[in-house]
Design a protein around this ligand. Structure first.
Ligand SMILES: Nc1nc(=O)n([C@H]2C[C@H](O)[C@@H](COP(=O)(O)O)O2)cc1CO
Ligand SMILES: [Zn+2]
Length: 153
């Protein structure tokens, strides 16, 4: 989950940064991702979360889970676990299931009562091999940059 949190830090979403990390049965990392615009579209699409539908991020952004699955280094993800900093939406739940992942570990569930989350839970709960766990709060302390302090005359 700490790696998922670190990945989230790369997101340019000004409102919600989400990170995901997929590990195999030996706990080796096989993919990471964060919410971002499709490749090559950075800076061209809106990050707003209000306003007209086509000027809001939602129809463009690739979710962290999608990116982690796409970035995977392993052909087969059966039996893998996905650590994600925010409970998956319905579209990502479908991807997670179809990719053969066995376990979902999440940190925040801030959209618990949204239809997308309810639908996601419904699908994930249907699979007995998908476990949902809540993590206690973890904090990453960003180290101060090393190197010489700039010299002022
Ligand atoms: N599990 C998730 N993975 C994600 O990558 N996201 C992304 C989509 C948006 O970029 C952002 C949510 O924006 P907001 O509605 O909190 O301003 O998080 C959202 C969810 C929640 O469904
Ligand atoms: Zn999603």
């Amino acid at each position: 989950m700490a790696v998922a949190l670190l990945s989230a830090k790369r997101s340019k979403d000004p409102n919600t940064q989400v990170g995901a990390c997929i590990v195999n049965q030996e706990n080796k990392i096989v993919g990471t991702g964060y919410n971002r615009m499709p490749n090559g579209c950075d800076g061209e699409l809106p990050w707003a979360h209000t306003g007209p539908k086509l000027e809001r991020k939602y129809i463009y952004v690739c979710h962290a889970e999608l990116n982690a699955i796409i970035n995977k280094s392993k052909a087969d993800m059966n039996g893998c676990t996905i650590y994600v900093t925010l409970f998956p939406c319905n579209e990502c739940a479908k991807l997670i299931i179809q990719a053969g992942l066995s376990e979902v570990v999440y940190l925040s569930d801030k959209y618990h009562d949204e239809d997308e989350t309810i639908a996601s839970r419904r699908m994930l709960d249907l699979l007995t091999n998908v476990l949902l766990e809540e993590w206690s709060e973890i904090q990453i302390n960003t180290p101060k940059p090393c190197g010489k302090p700039s010299q002022k005359s």
